[in-house]
Every structure is written in C-alpha cells, then in structure tokens.
Ligand binder design. Sequence first.
Ligand code: NAD
Length: 488
Amino acid sequence: METAVKYPDVKKYINRQLEVNVEQKIDVFSTIDGEIISHVPLSGFATLDKAVEAAKAAFPAWSNTTIKERVQIFYRYRTLLAKYREELTELVHIENGKTHGEAAAEVDKSIELTEFACSLPQMIPGEIMEVSKGVECRTERLPLGVVASITPFNFPIMVPNWTTPNAITLGNCLILKPSEQVPLSANRIAELLKEAGLPEGVLNVVNGAQEMVEAICDHPGIEAVSFVGSTKVAKIVYKRATSNLKRCLALGGAKNHLLVLPDAHLEMTASDIAASMSGCAGQRCMAASAMVGVGKIDHIVERLCEEVKQIVPGENLGSVISKKAKERIERYISEAEAAGAKVLVDGRNTTVKGHEGGFYVGPTVIDFVKPDMAIAKEEVFGPVLSIMRTENVDQAIQIENNSSYGNAAAVFTQSGGLARYVMDKVSAGLIGVNIGVPVPREPFAFGGWNESKFGVGDITGKTSIDFWTQVKKTTTKWNPEARINWMS
Ligand code: NAD
C-alpha cells in the first residue's frame, strides 16, 4: 500500500503506461526540508527485460518513419516543455533542491537541447557521388536499435534531455534510467513525450540503482549505453558495457580549476567565481572547485569573499542532495582546516529557517589549501571553493595538469597572450576565458577529457550523431554497359 506522501510512488513507464512496481522501494526525499516525498523501486533485470521487449517491438515501425516525421514530435515536445515550464521548475526544485531560478534554467536548457534535435534533419543528409562511370557510392545514417541512457541526480531534467531527443529523433528506441535520488522528473518527460505523440515503446523509463545499471550493461538487447555520473561508476559502466560489446560513452566527475592572474578584471572575476562555485549548490560537473591564484591576488580574494557573503542559503543557494552529502562536504572543510588551510567563509552547520530539516551547506571559501590535501584533489560536489597560491602561471598550470579529471578549466586575465598560453596548456575538454562555467550552448558539444569522460565523441552536439547512429555505405551500378573495373 502506498503511504501518503506528496507524490505517488514512482512507477515504471513501459509502452506509454505507468505501471505499479512490486519491487523493494526506497524513499525519495525533498532535499529542501528532508521530508519523504515519494518512493522509488529498486528494479532489476526482469523489469528491464520488459522495457527492452517493448522497445524492440516498437523499433521496426519507429525506425521506418522518416526523420522529418520523427522530428515533428520533438517540435511539439519543445512547446510542451515551455508550456509546463513552471510545473517542471517546481518539480526540480523539490526533488533536487535547486533554487527556482536554477531549476527554470534547466528547463530552458532542455528546450535548447530539443531545438538542436529538431535541427537534426538538416544535419544528417547522407552523401552521394559518382565514384567511377556509372557507379555511385552513397552513405546514410541509421539508428542502432534499443539504446539506454543512465543519468545522475544533479540535473533531473537537463541530462535526460542531453540524450533523449537526439537518440529518439535519430530513430532509436530508448530506455531511460534516472537517478534513484531524483526519479520524478524522468516520468514527467515520458508523459510530455506521450502528449506530444511519441508511439508506444519508443521511450521506456526504468528505475533502480546499481542492480539496474548492471542489468543495462549486460542486457543483450541493448546496443549502446550512455552514462553520466561519477568517475567511479563511469569506469564500471564503460568497462562492463564495452566488455559486453556495446557502444558506450560514459561521462564522469570533475575537479575544475580556475586560474586567476593578478590583472584579472576585479568585479567580473569575483562575481563569476562566486556564481560558479555556488550555483546549483556546487553540484555541477562544471562548478569552480579549485581557484589557483597566481602572484598577488589578495585584492581578488577579498572581493570574492564579499560576493560570497551575499549568497544566502534558502534564497539564492539551494540545498545539497542528501544528509550524507552534507556530512561529506563538511568533513572535507574540517579536514582542510585541521591540515592548516584557512576558512575565510564558513558554510558548515547551516540551517534555513522554516526548512530546518533541509540539507543545506552555506557557501565556503578556504584559502591556503595545499595541492596534496584531499579537498584539492577530490570532487567535493558542494558550494566550496579551495584557493591555492602559486608564484607563476606555469606552477598553476602544473596543478591543473596533475588532476586526474579534465572536465573544465578557466583562466581570468586581461592579457590575451596569457589567456592563450593557459588555453593551450591546460588539460580539460571545456575551457573558459573569463567565464566561470564554460558550458557551450547548442550546437557546440559538451564533454570533458581524462577521467571526466570515457569513450569517443561528446554527449551533445554533432558527435552525438555518430554515437546514436551507424553509417550504411552503399555502392550502386545500374547500367550494364559500365563494365567491371578495379573497384566494382
Ligand atoms: P553516481 O555515479 O552516483 O550515479 C549516476 C548513476 O549511476 C545513477 O543513475 C545511479 O543510480 C547509478 N549508480 C550509482 N552507483 C552505482 C554503482 N555502484 N554501480 C552502478 N550504477 C550506479 O552520480 P551522481 O551522484 O548521481 O551524480 C553526481 C556525479 O555526476 C558527479 O560526480 C558529477 O561530476 C557527475 N556529473 C558529470 C557530468 C559530466 O558531464 N561529466 C554531468 C553531470 C554530473
């Protein structure tokens, strides 16, 4: 029996139907007040198998439509995202803890991602050429079949929209597995696509955690797996899916370094870095986590702290995902302090009036962090900025290069030459010059380097087309008078 909570228990979505789950369930929390808002099943292979069967049954008809027809559904879906923007914003706010502004931005970004998918017909016409007299070569992009997308907690609407519109528009049938910590938004996406006219079985949503992810990597009916989450799990998924001969693209965690030079524009740098380290409560794979100050930057640190002190938990700072996450983040701060770092702004033991049960960590700035401290090397995933000091730009680049991650890096300076030098030397996939969160907008692709991504290509933009399709190469000869030559 379902207990009385804000949202009904999460159901799997197969063949355009929400179905009751009978599996073991876990609680879903509102991170803003710590209350249980729903329950989500921990499903496994049996549920997945049903979803794969539904997707397989849908694939022949779906892949047999033209892309011009398929994209019409996403034009309508785009309109529905805009129509239900407020409702979706509230849902993300409640299940993830983002501020309303951040949650609305996620919906807006999802609209932009869908617009990219709507442009796919313009981007994938094949090639054709008469390669020798009477002989033509032609290429066309075809879908893979049943594919899967596994997503993390930190963007419940946006990350599923990195994959869902592109994979489906390109003719695949998709199994979406959202994070068990934020399972509500994915079903809403499925409902909107149903309203937009997506046929039965083309999108199926399954729930669960480790067991479900392993089942996806193992299921023989799934051709490709995309994953977004921590590096630890990205490695597991990449190894397991590819050892089962599936195509895999697995995006992992991040430790992003912002290199700040003394000539950086004071106000812009301070406000950009404050926004980058605290936006989405620091739970962005693009968040500023480490600032590396080169030379005399005390004036910038001072101004940055003034900016950070304007950030108020519960107002312009959301909650973190769980009690466990709050404890982990606060432990990193305390350990750094004990090891000799100086806490300039302290976000530990934060509570928000009226939301005392919420999982809030206040914005935190820690100076004189050493590169060998855990807080300098590991992904903290909270509104915490560690400042390291170096004497010259090469030492700063060295610190960035020593990181095992490589999602984003940025430089703040007014010198074009120094900016170029840093751009060339840092080892990351997404580079910012005077930008704290260098997320490219569509049609530019998103994806990191090193242990922030495993697999070829990026998850959005043009190379995502390669991931979700295979190319058929056809050579044709109709005229018998074109005699056999060395290539035909
Ligand atoms: P996570 O790795 O814990 O979970 C991601 C997915 O994997 C979830 O669906 C979860 O159910 C599943 N999972 C968790 N543990 C598993 C296990 N042991 N075996 C198999 N599957 C498992 O990540 P998260 O905490 O949900 O999300 C935060 C992480 O995601 C951060 O590290 C962040 O940097 C990263 N992230 C990266 C990007 C990127 O573009 N590189 C984007 C968003 C988030």
